[in-house]
Design a protein around this ligand. Sequence first.
Ligand SMILES: Nc1ncnc2c1ncn2[C@@H]1O[C@H](COP(=O)(O)OP(=O)(O)O)[C@@H](O)[C@H]1O
Ligand SMILES: O=c1ccn([C@@H]2O[C@H](COP(=O)(O)OP(=O)(O)O)[C@@H](O)[C@H]2O)c(=O)[nH]1
Length: 233
Amino acid sequence: MYKRILLKLSGEVLSGEGEKGFNHENIIYLVDELKKILEYGTNMGIVIGAGNLFRGREMQELSPTIADQIGMLGTVINALYLKDIFEKNHLRTVVVSQVTSLPSIRPIHYDDINLYFDAGYVVIFAGGTSNPFFTTDTAAALRAVEMKADILIKGTKVDGIYDKDPKKYNDAKKFNMLTFDEAIEKGLKIMDTEAFSICKRYNMKILVMDFFKKNNLLSAVREENVGTLVVPK
Ligand SMILES: Nc1ncnc2c1ncn2[C@@H]1O[C@H](COP(=O)(O)OP(=O)(O)O)[C@@H](O)[C@H]1O
Ligand SMILES: O=c1ccn([C@@H]2O[C@H](COP(=O)(O)OP(=O)(O)O)[C@@H](O)[C@H]2O)c(=O)[nH]1
């Protein structure tokens, strides 16, 4: 069983696929799925996206640098929203970020991360990488390496990595396992090349799995055969 994981969740986990905003049922589903894992004492870092609010590339009328800063602020909004709901459901949570100074957000200090985990807190990393032109997948790769996670788990709306987008092609074939080099060479669009290449450099395994299937996250953390694993060799 993995002891320390970085979970990357798309903003749409909070709204429902293709929706905007917050859907309480979806968020309670997330809380329930996390509780099943946290009861084992698993150290849990979360990088949350902002697709339920703003994606830089969707704001064509704006300059990309501004649109992306709005996108990053969206991840901060999601992180604070989650912190409150988590705590109302008895999950102690700390939000850390470099992009904003607000009373409920702490700066990222490496020395503190272990203290938060030891005290049983979920750590939500908000604000992406702090730079425009990146995505929260790349932030997840960075934070996974920084917090020395056993694995980066991308919880998403498909059940793994395919040779082409399974939402567009019925004949797409799923991989059970592939290497970072294969993922990069094949140009698989499930994650950014930047994220794959950071994980490759630091030997950080990635698991892509269907977050919307009940108990799937627990199976993933128990190292059962779900989703697609991306490994160094
Ligand atoms: N090779 C691929 N294998 C699996 N999913 C893929 C692939 N290429 C594109 N996708 C798409 O990537 C999506 C998941 O990425 P996700 O990060 O959740 O999206 P976003 O970041 O846009 O919210 C899936 O819905 C799927 O349609
Ligand atoms: O390091 C980062 C992370 C995110 N973003 C912006 O924040 C938005 C939301 O992140 P993402 O698209 O990764 O969210 P998700 O699709 O996972 O919900 C992106 O579209 C970018 O505009 C950014 O500029 N830099």
